[in-house]
Design a protein around this ligand. Sequence first.
Ligand code: SR1
Ligand code: MG
Length: 419
Amino acid sequence: MDASDSYQALTVENLPKRLGSLDAVTEKVGGDPSSWQVEEVGDGNLNLVFIVTGPLGKVIVKQALPYVRLVGDSWPLPLYRAYYEYHALVRQAERDPGSVPEIFHFDETQALIVMEFLAPHVILRRKLINGERVEGLAETLGKFCARTAFRGSELSMKSADKKADVGLFSGNIEIPAITEALVFTDPYFDAEMNHHTDGLDPVVAEIRRNADMKARVQRMLLKFSANTETMVHGDLHSGSIMATETEARVIDPEFVQYGPFGFDLGMMIANFLMAYFSQPAHRGDDLDSYQAWILTVVEDCHTAFVDEFRSLWASERNGMLYPSALFEDQGQSSGSACTALLADIWTDALAICGIEMHRRTLSLAHNADFEEIEDTTVRAPLEARNLMLGAELIQKSETIPDAKTLTDLARDFNKRNFL
Ligand code: SR1
Ligand code: MG
């Protein structure tokens, strides 16, 4: 494809002709492009996603659409998000090698990325709904969050490089604006695109009446929009993770931006907690053991995050923050400074977690964990537990010291009836 070609959305029919002359694609797929099998598999909220199959193998082609797919062309969205996604994938691959799909080709004008086809991976959200376990999941995800957080910050990066990167990603305006509205604002008033399950009204009213909690959410929005602590994935829910029985990879970082250290950890944990609360509608005899496994993943994610962050603190603290000149070089330990920073990160993560639990139940984009529960008389009480724990986390984020205290709270809320 000629780089000067103006943007045109790919179709199953025109993809072989349009990508068939790219070496980066033909080397992976093989054969005559006219014989390629092309399948459109995108079921996300924003993009086109194709699997392209030939005699040598498969690739994924992801192309941004100039509007929000979930809503339609009444909500335009810049194509430039593919550019930021590409740059995010490059950085994540450097900071946590093997954690994200390999990129074979990027075309800025066409807003498309050709990347590794992950097989036999499936979206983690589907596995959680199906009751499947993934070995080593917590370790992989906790390390991913710690490595990308630490190595994307001035704990590790040269200040000039980090500031240049903040400049680069600051052009990604419309995508964070989605998060600013859909995640941090819309759940807390009667916004146009909101919807929630019948029967939830009393709990929704209680949440929207709570001015102190809304102020805390706005405080987090201020941090989200103004703190450039590190490069965050920005949308690390269980639909942005693909897994086999023994491996997990992170995909889809188009919501990348610079933000708080705890953002990705908090959003990810929220999605495990929503999977946890939805389980009574998906499981039979194995309910207790599967719910227990999900909470173990939450605890172990936090442990892996903390352990990896501490290890990088000891071995890679070469940026301008907390320099050894102030601590080790003067014969003093920086251990308590690291512990205090980790406590702040955890506090932010808990508040983000609660906010994500709210938005997935009240705002535009819900998740399948709850949405696939057809009987709303079953769904509403489960969502109410989720909403009430979300409120607790936002309000008590400073006083929940660790992941075990968090999972104890989840176990407690899982027994309660809020409607
Ligand atoms: C209009 S986009 C809705 C949601 O889909 C994405 O995956 C993000 O989570 C966004 O908030
Ligand atoms: Mg996505």
